[in-house]
Design a protein around this ligand. Structure first.
Ligand SMILES: C[S@@+](CC[C@H](N)C(=O)[O-])C[C@H]1O[C@@H](n2cnc3c(N)ncnc32)[C@H](O)[C@@H]1O
Length: 273
């Protein structure tokens, strides 16, 4: 079994994604999507950004490695009566069933960053974008003090060491790495721009319950809890995460959770032919 696929099929990311909808929609609103566009959303999950893009009228293809999330995305699209969107299984580092120069906009929000072989990911994103089109990525930033970078940092501290040759997904949050990857895919550095933005997580539950959701449903945290349990350190991990979520909670009520997380916006303008 492909470990990358196994990681994301292990849990149920829809349980986390429910807390990401409003920021997903706002982010999509900032991308200049029009109804005459073809949009590819890579690592789309159950459609936090793909569904708002379809609601703007674009023709949207969502690609994700996890079959359970693809099914959840198609279900959500059906429930919302959207006929201009399709979710299908695929790997961001090998999009061989997609043709060259197809999409006006390739979006990947906290998605393709988790695929192996980042140089192949950049090459594939460039290959399927039409000349004059754009690529947009939202990537978490290593060592950033806000939520997701810290969840991943704490989780990896409890997890077994990664296999030899593993490239951390967080390197997609380092501008020099991103530039090197897109340059290797034939894009000049002056066509790549960076910005910082903030993504809001909102849950109708207190922080400790949100940590429970990460423990039960978020692949990277599930793996960390398994390793922690084997080492008798389950309570330490739960405690560290609860402390993090409590500290970052900006909700005026103790019974709900609202946390902002900083991310890197990457925009690549693919040259016109
Ligand atoms: C943190 S979730 C983000 C999902 C979605 N973009 C969102 O914002 O809600 C990461 C997603 O990337 C997907 N993913 C991980 N590796 C992938 C790969 N190699 N190819 C395609 N999708 C991948 C996972 O299955 C998961 O849905």
């Amino acid at each position: 079994m492909n470990p990358n696929k196994a990681l994301w099929e292990k849990g149920d990311f829809t349980r986390i994604a429910t807390g990401m909808r409003s920021s997903g929609e706002a982010l999509v609103g900032s991308l200049g999507i029009r109804s005459d566009m073809k949009v590819l959303d890579l690592g789309c999950g159950d459609g936090t950004t793909a569904i708002p893009a379809a609601k703007l009228g674009a023709d949207v293809l969502g690609v994700d490695i996890a079959s359970n999330l693809v099914a959840a995305g198609n279900r959500r699209a059906r429930e919302q009566g959207l006929t201009n969107i399709l979710f299908q299984e695929g790997d961001a580092s090998d999009l061989s069933d997609l043709e060259d120069k197809t999409f006006d906009l390739v979006v990947s929000v906290f998605g393709a960053m988790f695929a192996p072989r980042p140089f192949d990911v950049a090459k594939e994103m460039v290959r399927v974008t039409r000349p004059g089109g754009r690529i947009f990525m939202g990537n978490w930033i290593p060592n950033d003090p806000t939520l997701v970078a810290q969840v991943l940092k704490i989780s990896s501290a409890y997890s077994p060491p990664p296999p030899e040759g593993f490239v951390s997904p967080m390197r997609w949050g380092i501008e020099a790495d991103v530039t090197e990857r897109f340059e290797a895919a034939g894009i000049a550095a002056d066509r790549i721009s960076f910005d910082r933005d903030s993504f809001r997580f909102e849950f109708p539950d207190p922080p400790s319950k949100v940590v429970d959701a990460f423990r039960l449903y978020y692949g990277p945290t599930m793996n960390a809890f398994e390793a922690a349990a084997a080492a008798g350190r389950n309570a330490d991990l739960q405690g560290e995460l609860e402390d993090l979520f409590e500290r970052q909670n900006a909700s005026p009520s103790k019974s709900t959770t609202v946390i902002e997380a900083t991310f890197l916006r990457v925009t690549v303008s693919v040259p016109a032919a």
